[in-house]
Design a protein. Structure first.
Length: 281
């Protein structure tokens, strides 16, 4: 929806799970010299301030990155992620939070390329500003990423991470995400796809993981992090999940180590929990 601004939610518990997974996937792609593309359907602004503007109105980073910022016993999966946040805050104070495009840009090499979609007119302007020095290595599109990414597949190097990350404020996003993933796999079956979704009381959210599994019956990983019991009034985010198609073999072990730690550090009540499922070829 065009009213949605991710800055309200920057650095929250859902961002921690999503971005830690994204960092791990990107690092795995970088292990081979061959180029890859990073494709983002809903890129947002790229970088967010945590000390002024929208983020201060909600304080959601207190549920996520702020709880991990000063910790020294982080599992390696989380340490890699937090180190990327530290690189953006070189003075040691947590003032800024990077979105997925900025994290990808930091990890990409000279031979790699980014293709970023954003429909919101204000967000795309901020994204353009934040990527003003990127040159042709990062191409930004003002438009609907659900439709736009199909035209890019398969990417020339035949290696890519595709992040499908709508807000889901419009319940049609669930169906559109499923269709986008299905159509993308028809064109580029060997790519790595990461789909984020919210845990909310809406029925579409509750049945979404099983629907994703039907799109890709094998070679997938599903992880979810619940931080609290569902809100009494039925509104609000109490967890999130990531569904990864064609995940690297390293991801399962990394998550097994990190998830109990995340439940301990980000959990808000006795209902905090995680789920980790995976199926190979």
């Amino acid at each position: 929806m065009l009213s949605y601004r991710h800055a309200f939610h920057a650095g929250n518990h859902a961002d921690v799970l999503k971005h830690a997974v994204v960092v791990h996937l990107l690092r795995h792609l970088c292990q081979k010299d061959k180029a890859f593309w990073y494709i983002d359907t809903h890129a947002g602004a790229g970088v967010y301030s945590l000390v002024d503007g929208y983020a201060t109105k909600t304080g959601e980073s207190e549920t996520g990155i702020e709880r991990l910022w000063g910790l020294r016993d982080l599992p390696s999966f989380l340490k890699d992620y937090v180190n990327e946040i530290r690189a953006l805050n070189s003075d040691g104070t947590l003032n800024f939070y990077p979105g997925s495009p900025y994290l990808a840009w930091r990890l990409m090499r000279e031979q790699d390329r980014a293709r970023l979609f954003e429909l919101h007119s204000t967000e795309i302007d901020l994204l353009r500003h934040n990527f003003r020095d990127a040159g042709r290595r990062a191409i930004l599109y003002e438009g609907d990423g659900f439709d736009g990414i199909i035209k890019l597949l398969p990417p020339p190097p035949r290696r890519a991470l595709v992040l499908i990350d709508p807000s889901y404020e419009d319940k049609r996003d669930y169906a559109r995400t499923l269709n986008c993933l299905e159509e993308s796999l028809k064109r580029f079956a060997t790519g790595t796809y990461a789909v984020w979704y919210p845990q909310v009381t809406r029925l579409e959210s509750q049945r979404f993981p099983d629907q994703l599994k039907r799109v890709q019956p094998k070679n997938w990983l599903h992880v979810s992090l619940t931080v609290s019991k569902p809100p009494v009034d039925g509104f609000g985010l109490f967890g999130s999940g990531m569904f990864v198609v064609n995940p690297p073999y390293t991801l399962v072990a990394a998550l097994k180590e990190a998830l109990p730690y995340l439940v301990d550090k980000l959990g808000q009540d006795g209902k905090a929990a995680f789920k980790l499922e995976h199926r190979g070829d």
